[in-house]
Structures are given as C-alpha cells and as structure tokens.
Design a protein around this ligand. Structure first.
Ligand code: UTP
Length: 290
C-alpha cells in the first residue's frame, strides 16, 4: 500500500513565539524566504504524497492563501518581467483538489490534532509532518521513511540522538538497534526527566502511521502537560503492532523554539549563494565582540 496522504497539524498556539504568533500560525514563519510549512509540504510531495491534509486552528487564512494563486502578484511580476520569481510563485500552488483543510476547534494536543483528520485519512497508512521541525539534509527524511515503510509495512517515527539533559523535551524511545539506522521500539515515554529516560533517542516530527492509531487517539486520554499526546497512542499501538524508529541523516532545527529558529535561518541562508558571502563577513565581524 502506497503512502498517499500526509497530515500537517498546524493548530498549536505557538506560545513560545508570541507575539509573532498571536494572529498567525507559527508554521507561517519564514526561514529565509519560505514559510516553514512550505518546506514540509515540498518534502511531502517529493516523497510521493498526493494529498495534503492541514489541521488548522488560528491563522488558517494566511496558510490557505499561501497555497493558492494570487493573480495581483502574478500580474505584477509578469508586467515587470520577473519570470523566475513568477515561475516559483506559480509552482508552489499544488494541483487543484490536492489540499484538504479540517479544523481542530480546541488545541487539545498533537494527538488530538491528528485524530481530527481521521475521516479524511480513512483506512490507510499515512504520514504526519510537523513543520516546526526543519531538517537540513541531502536525504529528505520522508522519502527515506516511505522506503522503510515499503520494507517493514509498519509505523515508523523519525528519531535522533539528543543530549542527556534534553530528554524532557521529547518522546524518548526504549528500543533495540536492528541495523545501521533502524530501531525496533519496545516502549516510549513522553518527556521523561533525564534520570528516568530509557535512552537518548528522541522522536521528532516525521511519522508514518497505520490507521489503527486512530482507535487509540479516539480514547482522548490526556497525558503529559494535560494534552492528548501522540506518543501515548503510539505506546498503546505498540502492544498490537511493531513500530520502528528511523535515525535520519542531517541536522534538525527546532523552529518552534526561538533560538532554534534563528539557527535554521542562518544555516539555510548560508546555503544560498546570493547571501553566503555577506553573512560570513557579518559573522566574522560580530565574532570579535563575543
Ligand atoms: P508544540 O508542542 O510545538 O505546541 O506542537 P505549540 O502549541 O504549537 O507551541 P508552543 O509550545 O505553545 O510554543 C507541535 C506541533 O503540533 C501542532 C503544532 O501546530 C505543531 O505543529 N499542534 C499542537 C496542534 O496542531 N494542535 C495542538 O493542540 C497542539
């Protein structure tokens, strides 16, 4: 079975980014010149995804408009002869009918946001991408995970090693290594204090899930932070089906965090030939004051 649908939960309050996120979803914040959500949507299409499902809350309008045509902008670019920019703007609009929106009326947690997409996903395995996890890599993470799914036919979460004192920020795995970058998960714990963490392998925002997850999410049990957690539902799913961890290659930036977001901007801008030299010059200059 092919992974055709991807769910993008974009209904979080983004309180760590206030006031920027007061009227706008944090996934619309730009890294260099593209909103976070666009990086994630491009990653999904590159992995062969055919339908994008946004679970929105506030800030829905900006997000909808971003993936829609904008005739005034297109006409202006055309009149000014800015062909390359015009092409970029037109290409980012997915084919009509490939985007579906649903609403999470209350931000009850990531697990609840995914559950809100249950009827649109239906009875097939699907991907979940959290746009605030931005990954700089030569091996796009979802594409690799789809390949792993074709092999294992089971749920998979992207994982990375974190510093031991950071375990209380993530879902942490108790797992055995099967091969180079694949782990079979025995158990998982949401945000354990370092002394109680079973490892330093943390789940980050890329998943492929079997539809059975919806039965567990539907129980709406509250977990860490009083939220309906995806990790808790995956933990319950583990009792019925295997789940694997895929340790991806590349650097992940936590763009839901202010420092992580600035680092992402710098790292992605340094990859751009039109900015690289200027930035290196600036970094060298300010470094003298550190
Ligand atoms: P976070 O845990 O980063 O929460 O959500 P948040 O509310 O967005 O941000 P802070 O912590 O208040 O700053 C991880 C992902 O899950 C989505 C978010 O939009 C983000 O993509 N999410 C979270 C929802 O869609 N609904 C929720 O109820 C919670």
């Amino acid at each position: 079975m092919k992974i055709k649908k991807a769910v993008f939960p974009v209904a979080g309050l983004g309180t760590r980014f206030l006031p920027a996120t007061k009227a706008m979803a944090k996934e619309m914040l730009p890294v260099v010149d593209k909103p976070l959500i666009q990086y994630a949507v491009e990653e999904a299409f590159d992995a062969g995804i055919e339908q994008i499902i946004f679970v929105t809350g506030r800030g829905k309008k900006a997000l909808e408009d971003h993936f829609d045509r904008c005739f005034e902008v297109e006409l202006t670019l055309q009149n000014k002869g800015k062909k390359e920019l015009l092409k970029q703007i037109q290409e980012l609009v997915p084919k009509t009918g490939t985007i579906v929106y649903t609403r999470q009326n209350e931000p009850l947690g990531l697990g609840h946001a995914i559950w809100c997409a249950r009827d649109i996903v239906g009875d097939e395995p699907f991907a979940v991408l959290l746009a605030d996890d931005l990954i700089q890599t030569d091996k796009p993470v979802l594409t690799e995970m789809v390949k792993k799914f074709d092999r294992f036919r089971a749920s998979i979460a992207a994982v990375m090693e974190v510093d031991n004192d950071q375990t209380d920020k993530y879902g942490i795995l108790d797992a055995v290594k099967l091969e180079n970058n694949i782990f079979q998960i025995n158990d998982m714990v949401e945000k354990p204090v370092p002394a109680e963490a079973p490892s330093n392998l943390a789940i980050i925002g890329r998943y492929i899930l079997t539809p059975s997850i919806f039965q567990h999410l539907g129980k709406k049990e509250k977990g860490a932070g009083g939220e309906i957690q995806l990790t808790d539902a995956m933990k319950a799913l583990l009792k019925e089906q295997p789940i694997f961890g895929y340790k991806f290659e590349g650097t992940r930036f936590d763009c839901g965090d202010k420092a992580g977001f600035q680092m992402a901007n710098l790292a992605f801008a340094l990859e751009r030939p039109d900015m690289r030299e200027k930035l290196i010059h600036f970094i060298r200059e300010i470094q003298q004051n550190f």
